[in-house]
Design a protein around this ligand. Structure first.
Ligand code: FES
Length: 67
């Protein structure tokens, strides 16, 4: 689904940006180009950000070396 019609940015592209490390609206906008024209997509971008909160890939378990 297109979330930014001015720059033709999809929710998938926003999600991929978040998965690459973008964690603020500004970072997502800079990374994808969304939200930099009319600004009408800002709330949709925020919604995608919120939806991705807590969905970050799990870090691999670390094992402490027994001594
Ligand atoms: S719809 Fe995203 S900047 Fe206009």
């Amino acid at each position: 689904m297109i979330v930014c019609h001015c720059k033709v940015v999809t929710d998938r592209a926003v999600g991929e940006s978040i998965e690459r490390g973008a964690c603020t609206l500004g970072q997502v906008c800079r990374d994808t180009g969304a939200g930099q024209d009319c600004g009408g997509c800002v709330f949709s971008l925020k919604r995608v950000l919120v939806e991705h909160e807590g969905k970050a890939p799990l870090q691999p378990a670390t094992t402490a070396a027994a001594s």
